[in-house]
Design a protein around this ligand. Structure first.
Ligand SMILES: Cc1ncc(COP(=O)(O)O)c(C=O)c1O
Ligand SMILES: N[C@@H](CCCC[NH3+])C(=O)O
Length: 417
């Protein structure tokens, strides 16, 4: 069930009309549905309920502390990649013992803070990182829990920029080298080997690459066991795709059914790091049409949302569904528009060739924008980052105020004479 629906010809988030949100908070504005977030998280939690499993939401997808708090209250763990994400999780009331720390360039200061608060596990991506973590742990008189992120050389069949499990990608430790590096990890006095980790890519629309990865990693778990290294958990990362246009990605329940069959009888916890499949369809970007500009070659709808607000179309050529908030006909009638922002780049568009019946002043909603939307936004062209709003039933909460130019200028200074 989708909690973004039309009622009285107007798009609603749960029980609130998006036009009311635009009136109250202005545009561009990200709007999230609490019920959708909860439904998506629970789809994982329920699917894996019969097996010890950690669902660690990938904070990078959408990191507003209200979102993290909603998930923390459901018992979610978190996958983080920076000190900033860790501080967000802590501020949101997340349990440090449910945090996995991924990322290939962890700094000593980040490791220190994570050890201080007692995270569940570091997903280490290189031999050099192991030595750094061992040293930081020794300096603190602690033992660091580690998994190695293994690169299984599996083709995730997704966009090359978000495919991470091929041997030519920068991520993880080559599976062929993994036993040797596990032996090093095992021998270092301030590390405790806990698991095997991987993440092969994002927006996967088939299960086969995940299942192939599982098979390869189970082979590794067996090899390690023969060497006396006991693995407690297998973290399969995130990556389950969502429907942007006509994709039919698998549901967590289908994924669980196939995996739980394989893991049956094994003394091995599972962990997942889903981001997009929890947040994407729980959010829209609301934007307003500023002007229509029609010439013999093209019709442009110039909107107040831009590539700085949502970079996916410009960066990956991603197709996002863009719908009018009101379905009432306009005097303009239906035309094919390129939906372009005010930024001084030709790549600044959110959609091209979209058949829409719109006029200046109308509101549009970019669907599936809850993941990798706000978190990838910037101040390019010195634009203020958008507001974020959460809808919960018939209530609306401003969960991040629109930035102001004062926020942007704070901390900058000019040189003295
Ligand atoms: C290490 C890691 N875990 C989890 C995720 C979340 O992936 P997704 O949003 O595709 O579920 C990512 C991003 O792709 C990642 O890099
Ligand atoms: N930012 C990407 C996903 C990156 C996943 C992070 N490893 C997207 O919008 O599709």
């Amino acid at each position: 069930m989708d909690f973004f629906n039309y009622s009285n010809q107007t798009l609603h988030a749960e029980d609130v009309a998006l036009s009311d949100i635009a009136n109250q908070y202005g545009t561009p504005c990200y709007v999230y549905s609490r019920a959708t977030l909860e439904r998506h998280y629970n789809a994982y939690a329920d699917a894996f309920a019969s097996h010890p499993t950690r669902i660690c939401y990938a904070v990078k997808a959408c990191s507003n502390i209200a979102i993290l708090n909603v998930l923390a209250r459901l018992g979610a763990g978190f996958d983080i990649v920076s000190l900033g994400e860790l501080e967000r999780v802590l501020k949101a009331g997340g349990d440090p013992d449910k945090v996995m720390f991924s990322g290939l360039g962890k700094q000593a200061v980040e490791m220190r803070r994570a050890l201080e608060v007692g995270i569940h596990c570091f997903n280490v991506e290189s031999e050099a990182e192991l030595y750094r973590l061992d040293q930081v742990a020794e300096d603190m008189g602690k033992v660091a829990p580690v998994s190695l992120r293994v690169n299984p050389d599996v083709d995730a069949k997704t966009h090359p920029y978000i495919s991470t499990g091929l041997k030519e990608n920068k991520f993880g430790i080559d599976i062929k080298d993994a036993v040797r590096i596990y032996q090093i990890a095992h021998s270092l006095p301030n590390l405790n080997v806990m698991g095997v980790d991987c993440h092969i890519g994002s927006q996967l629309t088939e299960l086969k690459p995940f299942l192939d990865t599982f098979d390869r990693l189970i082979g590794l778990v067996d090899q390690l066991s023969e060497k006396g290294i006991k693995i407690k958990h297998l973290d399969l990362g995130g990556g389950l795709g969502v429907r942007y246009r006509d994709e039919v990605p698998p549901e967590p329940a289908e994924y669980a059914k196939l995996l739980l069959d394989k893991v049956k009888g094994m003394d091995l916890e599972l962990a997942f790091e889903p981001g997009r499949s929890i947040a994407a369809n729980a959010g829209v970007l609301l934007t307003q049409v500023e002007f229509l500009k029609c010439n013999p070659h093209k019709n442009f709808a110039i909107i107040d949302g831009a590539m700085n607000d949502l970079i996916r179309p410009a960066l990956y050529g991603a197709w996002m569904n863009i719908v009018p908030v009101s379905l009432l006909p306009t005097p303009e009638g239906k035309r094919a528009y390129d939906l372009v922002g005010p930024i001084c780049e030709t790549g600044d568009f959110l959609g091209k060739d979209r058949e829409l019946d719109i006029q200046a002043g109308d509101l549009l909603a970019v669907r599936s924008a809850g993941a990798y939307g706000f978190t990838m936004s910037s101040n390019y062209n010195s634009r203020n980052r958008a507001a974020e709003v959460m809808v919960d039933g018939d209530k609306t909460y401003l969960i991040r105020a629109r930035e102001t130019i004062e926020h942007q200028l704070a901390g900058e200074q000019i040189l003295p004479d």
